[in-house]
Design a protein around this ligand. Structure first.
Ligand SMILES: *Cc1c(COP(=O)(O)O)cnc(C)c1O
Length: 390
C-alpha cells in the first residue's frame, strides 16, 4: 500500500555516460501531475482564494460528478476509503452482535471498518480464478447473526454480483461494496458503486483515481441513507446547534474535491491505458511458467494491480529489483494472520486459497504512464529469470 515517494518516481535525466535504463516504478504520480499541472494548480489556488474549505461547492460538485460516473443516485465524500466502509455499515445500523461476511484475501482496511462499528468480520475464502469472494462459500457462511456482506472488487475486477445480490436478498443482508480498487470497473455494463446498497471508494493517491492526500466516498441508491451519511461524517449534526447521532469528523475537504474533479474526466482513459498494458503483458507472458490474471466474461477489469502468480515469487521479485524494476505483493500476510485479529474467533478458520495467494502473488507495474517499451522490458526480465532458474 505504500506510496512511492516522488523523488523515487522521478525519471532519471538522460545520460550519455551511463546506459542503464531508467528504473520502473509501481506508480508515477509525478508524471500524472505533469499532465494536469496547470489546471490542478489553478483549482487549488482558487479554493485557497475563496476561503471555503469544508462542505462547500467543490465537494458538492465532485459528489454529483462521481455519482453520475458510477451510475449511483447519491455520493457522499468522506475522509478515506476506510471511513467510507465504516460509515456505510453504520448508516445501515450494523453494530455490536452483527456479523459481516468479508473475503479473507483483502486489504486489512476492509476488516478494520467492520470492527470500527463493533461488528464481527466473518472471513470467507476467495475463488481461485477471480481472487474475489467465493459465492458458494459465502452462502455456506450465513447464520442468523449475519447482517451484511462486503464484496471486495479486488485488483480492479468486480465480484460476481448477480448471485451475490440474489443471496443477499434471500437472507436480507446489506451489501456494502468495497470499491477502493475498482473505480470505473464494470459488471454486465454496470459500474462498481451502482450495485450494492452502498459502496465505499478510496482516493488514496495510488488508487486508479487518487487525491493529493487521503480521501474517500460512499455511493448509495437511498436518499435517507445518503442523508444519514452526511450527518455521520459531520459530528452527527442535524442543524447548526443540533446533534442527533454519535457522528464523526470524517468529511472530504474542498481542496481534495477540486483536485479529484479535475482528474475524474481522465479516469476512463487512464483505465484504458492500464488495460492496454495488461493486454500486452498477457501476450508477452503467455509462455512463461506463471499464472496470469483472468478477465471474466461481462467484466471490465481496471487493473488497479496486474497480479501474476508463481511459486518462485520472492526470487523473481529480487531479480526484478536488481534490474531496477519495482513490483509489489498484495498481500503477503492475510488479515487473519495479523496480530490485531488474533483473538477474533471468526478468523481462526483456514483459508487455503488466500494462504496460497499470499505466497504466490506478484503485482507488476501497470500504471497509466507506463510505456509499452517498459512493459516489454519487465516481460523480458521475467523471461530471463525463468530461463536462468529452469
Ligand atoms: C485502499 C483500500 C482501502 C482503504 O482505503 P483508504 O483510503 O486507504 O482508507 C480499503 N479496501 C481496499 C480493498 C483498499 O485497497
Amino acid at each position: 500500500m505504500n506510496q512511492e515517494s516522488p523523488a523515487k518516481t522521478r525519471r532519471r535525466p538522460p545520460s550519455t555516460a551511463d546506459s542503464t535504463p531508467a528504473p520502473i516504478q509501481m506508480i508515477d504520480l509525478v508524471a500524472q501531475h505533469r499532465t494536469l499541472a496547470s489546471q490542478t494548480e489553478q483549482a487549488v489556488l482558487r479554493v485557497l482564494a475563496e476561503g471555503q474549505f469544508i462542505l462547500g461547492r467543490d465537494l458538492a460538485r465532485f459528489e454529483a460528478s462521481f455519482a453520475e460516473y458510477c451510475g449511483a443516485r447519491h455520493a457522499v465524500g468522506v475522509s478515506s476509503g476506510t471511513a467510507a466502509l465504516a460509515l456505510a455499515l453504520r448508516a445501515h445500523g450494523i453494530g455490536p452482535g452483527d456479523r459481516v461476511l468479508v473475503p479473507a484475501h483483502t486489504f486489512i482496511a476492509s476488516l478494520l471498518a467492520v470492527r470500527y462499528v463493533g461488528a464481527t468480520p466473518v472471513l470467507v475464502d476467495v475463488d481461485e480464478v477471480s481472487y474475489t469472494l467465493d459465492i458458494e462459500q459465502t452462502a455456506a457462511a450465513i447464520t442468523n447473526r449475519t447482517r451484511a456482506v462486503m464484496p471486495v472488487h479486488l485488483y480492479g475486477q468486480m465480484v460476481d454480483m448477480k448471485p451475490l445480490l440474489a443471496l443477499a436478498r434471500r437472507h436480507d443482508l446489506v451489501v456494502v461494496e468495497d470499491a477502493a480498487q475498482a473505480h470505473g470497473a464494470e459488471y454486465h455494463g454496470r459500474r462498481a458503486g451502482s450495485l450494492g446498497h452502498c459502496a465505499g471508494f478510496s482516493f488514496f493517491p495510488s488508487k486508479n483515481l487518487g487525491a493529493a492526500g487521503d480521501a474517500g466516498l460512499v455511493t448509495t441508491r437511498r436518499a435517507d441513507i445518503a442523508e444519514r451519511l452526511r450527518r455521520l461524517r459531520n459530528y452527527g449534526r442535524t442543524s447548526h446547534n443540533d446533534f442527533a447521532a454519535l457522528g464523526f469528523n470524517e468529511r472530504l475537504d474542498n481542496i481534495q474535491a477540486a483536485v479529484l474533479q479535475i482528474k475524474l474526466p481522465h479516469l476512463d482513459a487512464w483505465n484504458d491505458r492500464r488495460r492496454q498494458n495488461a493486454a500486452l503483458y498477457h501476450d508477452l507472458l503467455a509462455d512463461q511458467p506463471v499464472t496470469l490474471p483472468t478477465e471474466l466474461p461481462a467484466r471490465r477489469h481496471v487493473y488497479h494491480q496486474y497480479v501474476i502468480r508463481t511459486d518462485r515469487r520472492d526470487a523473481l521479485m529480487d531479480h526484478l529489483a536488481r534490474e531496477g524494476i519495482a513490483s509489489g505483493v498484495h498481500y503477503p500476510k492475510p488479515p487473519h494472520k495479523q496480530r490485531v485479529f488474533e483473538d477474533l474467533p471468526a478468523t481462526r478458520g483456514r483459508y487455503p486459497v488466500t494462504e496460497r495467494l499470499a505466497r504466490e502473488v506478484l503485482s507488476l507495474p501497470v500504471h497509466e504512464h507506463l510505456q509499452s517499451h517498459e512493459v516489454r522490458r519487465v516481460a523480458r526480465e521475467i523471461g530471463r529469470f525463468f530461463k536462468k532458474v529452469s
